[in-house]
Design a binder for this molecule. Structure first.
Ligand SMILES: [Zn+2]
Length: 333
């Protein structure tokens, strides 16, 4: 995602929710980047279902093993042999599942490249879809370095593989869940609206045209969630009621201290879906190392991650799905 994420939103944070208001204390540090208008600052009254009291099943050790196996493939930028290997790695773990591709050739600022979004579908008995997404490509400008994106790409791609383990087997009591490994999230040269999010811009257009977008109840984007020092900001570029469901899930599991101490405005794979009115939450820890020093550097390695952070992230996402399944009614789009 983009480097303009450090925008702080003292005023909007206060308007949106008292949750964020008094905690947004570094909002006044004088960021010079131009303001971005948040797509949705309204917060409807939400009626949450009773707390089930249980913790969703999630094997964080297995997820960490997946992270290690993915980074062992090496740098995985689009167009590379290693990119093909990670595609095969992901689909190899989805044998027997209902898997679809959204494959196309992207015309990028560095030329034409094959791009492949991978979608695994787990049907439910309720009408509607919850999408959980993570990008799996690694940063293209760093392609000739040892950058392996342990946190930026591998960690949440591994989370989704473990979600698949938990979802397969029987029809869900709830919405259908689609796991989406997105491709070509990273900028090829430097981040802009036209140089970034190649995969999700294509998929959002396709899903708008074929009617899928209307059926999506929530789009949960995961990114950089393996950081051992896990601190996830409330994203003001997301749909605020979906963010609030994530916070409710974190609170139910006792993990709320890792969530929403600050607000931020993130440019990431959710934006193409926000633009077509799909309710989204970008769940991302953009503070990776002191002053984000590990982000997009060769220091983004497995030793900076923790199994506990994968467990927190994984269970909170699954609890979010569990709450969404039972929320009646969901807020209007
Ligand atoms: Zn990145």
């Amino acid at each position: 995602m983009s480097g303009s994420k450090y925008l702080r939103w003292i005023l909007l944070a206060c308007v949106v929710t008292v949750l964020a208001c008094d905690r947004d204390k570094d909002a006044a540090q004088g960021q010079s980047a131009p303001p971005v208008t948040p797509a949705d600052t309204s917060l409807p009254t939400l009626s949450f279902p009773p707390d089930s009291g249980g913790v969703p099943a999630f094997d964080a050790n297995r997820a960490m093993q997946y992270v290690k196996e993915i980074v062992a493939l090496g740098p995985r930028p689009i167009g590379s042999a290693n990119h093909k290997k990670v595609e095969d790695y992901i689909t190899g773990h989805l044998k027997g599942d209902s898997v679809e591709d959204d494959a196309f050739v992207a015309d990028t600022v560095e030329g034409k490249f094959p791009v492949r979004n991978i979608i695994a579908k787990f049907p439910g008995n309720k009408d509607g879809i919850i999408v959980i997404a993570s990008h799996y490509d690694t940063n293209y400008p760093l392609r000739n370095t040892s950058f392996i994106g342990a946190n930026d790409g591998a960690a949440t791609s591994a989370l989704l593989l473990e979600f698949a383990n938990q979802l397969r087997g029987s029809k869900r009591e709830g919405y259908s869940v689609w796991l989406l490994w997105t491709d070509a999230e990273e900028a090829m040269k430097s981040w802009s609206d036209s140089d970034s999010l190649y995969g999700t811009r294509h998929l959002a257009q396709k899903w708008q045209q074929d009617g899928t977008a209307k059926r999506i109840k929530a789009f949960l984007l995961t990114d950089m969630l393996g950081d051992a020092d896990l601190d996830i900001d409330r994203d003001m570029n997301s749909t605020q009621w979906v963010e609030s469901v994530v916070y409710e899930a974190a609170t139910r599991l006792g993990y709320q201290s890792h969530f929403f101490a600050h607000s931020n405005a993130i440019s990431d794979d959710h934006l193409p879906f926000m633009r077509i009115a799909v309710p989204c939450a970008d769940i991302i820890d953009i503070d990776y190392g002191y002053n984000n020093v590990f982000h997009h550097t060769v220091q983004d390695t497995v030793d900076k991650l923790s199994t506990k952070s994968l467990e927190i992230s994984g269970t909170v996402v699954l609890e979010t799905v569990r709450i969404l399944d039972k929320m009646e009614p969901l807020p209007p789009k």
